[in-house]
Write a protein that binds this ligand. Structure first.
Ligand code: SAM
Length: 324
């Protein structure tokens, strides 16, 4: 049965998000994914190299007001050893993520990028907001992509949850990254207090406006040492709906099954591949750091880079998709 063309403006998106039966939209998103991205699932390694953060994002366990967090910084040697192991295990991309940690200056990050690029892997950075000149310098050192979620497109919710920043500056960063030629990733959380279906529609439309190449959409998960500790977690169903609509709105972008979805939704991390997603990240952060990168409470198995990659490849093949 052919579907009527979908209305993907703000009103149309709100209506779709609220549908009693979303299954035809999931099917459509899966078809669009297959037509535009093929059947591969890109597996990307992520190393969380520092959990120091100067910011106070009210939902995040890394915020500097959380005095119970055990802080760590990986040494450059540890980061490079981890990168080499990821490359040997078959990863083609290393995502370098951290809190906003001024210890890792653009110069230090640049040296690390140059070394990591020697492995042949692409480098994605996810280290927060920086001035244009820093992003430009890191690009000149070989960084390929940058992930910086806009978190919420509602300026009031943004201001309430981010005492240290503005939505305007977040979007300025994303536009700078795009103009510098980075493959630019944004994204947002589902279930932040005050969020409505209209906010989610605005989030989706902001991805389009920025011209994102990638979007990470994941559920909010409350962390007990943050001001949002008593708030309910974001809905898994709504997260999947937002991913499917992102695929319809932006057919060519990369859409990861976010780690938060895997943590909160268990098996939903698998279903998300039939809702439009085509990317997954795997933590290669060594122990004991992995468990200390606690943006939300989660239990992660001990790090075994080759074994975890092989396991994930089998899971992806079992879904009829091709791991890359
Ligand atoms: N400092 C970098 C930045 O600001 O983009 C990267 C690190 S930050 C911890 C990575 C992402 O974690 C954020 O973009 C946010 O969406 C997500 N995050 C933080 N706390 C979360 C929570 N409680 N539930 C779900 N996602 C969360």
């Amino acid at each position: 049965m052919r579907m009527e063309p979908l209305n993907l403006d703000r009103k149309g998106l709100v209506k779709l998000l609220a549908l009693p039966d979303f299954s035809p939209i999931y099917r459509k998103a899966d078809q669009v994914r297959a037509a535009h991205k093929g059947d591969t699932v890109q597996i990307r390694a992520i190393v969380e190299f520092s959990n120091y953060c100067r910011r106070q994002c009210r939902y995040c366990g890394l915020n500097c007001k959380n005095t119970t967090a055990e802080r760590y910084r990986m040494t450059p040697e540890e980061i490079l050893a981890c990168a080499n192991m990821a490359a040997e295990a078959g990863y083609r991309t290393l995502v370098m993520q951290s809190g906003e940690d001024p210890y890792f200056t653009p110069q230090l990050l640049g040296e690390l990028i140059r070394e990591i690029k020697k492995t042949g892997m692409a480098v994605t950075l996810s280290c927060g907001e920086m001035p244009y000149a820093a992003y430009a310098y890191l690009k000149s050192c070989g960084a390929d992509r940058y992930l910086l979620k806009h978190e919420t497109a509602d300026p009031e919710i943004y201001a309430r949850l981010h005492p240290c920043g503005t939505l305007e500056n977040r979007v300025r960063c994303l536009c700078d990254l795009k103009s510098l030629g980075y493959e630019t990733g944004s994204g947002f959380m589902i279930g932040l207090p005050g969020q409505t279906l209209e906010t989610i529609a605005d989030d989706l439309l902001l991805l389009e406006k920025i011209g994102c190449d990638m979007a990470g959409i994941g559920p909010f998960i409350p962390h007990p040492q943050t001001p949002l500790k008593g708030c309910p977690a974001g809905s898994i169903e709504l997260t999947k709906r937002a991913v499917a609509l992102a695929r319809l709105l932006l057919p060519d972008i990369n859409l990861p099954a976010t780690t938060a979805l895997g943590v909160a939704g268990g098996e939903s991390e698998n279903d998300i591949f039939s809702c439009g997603a085509n990317v997954i990240m795997r933590k290669v952060t060594p122990d004991p750091y992995k468990q200390k990168y606690e943006i939300y409470p989660a239990h992660f198995e001990k790090t075994d880079i080759p074994a975890e990659r092989a396991f994930l490849e089998r899971r992806i093949r079992a879904l009829g998709r091709i791991p890359l």
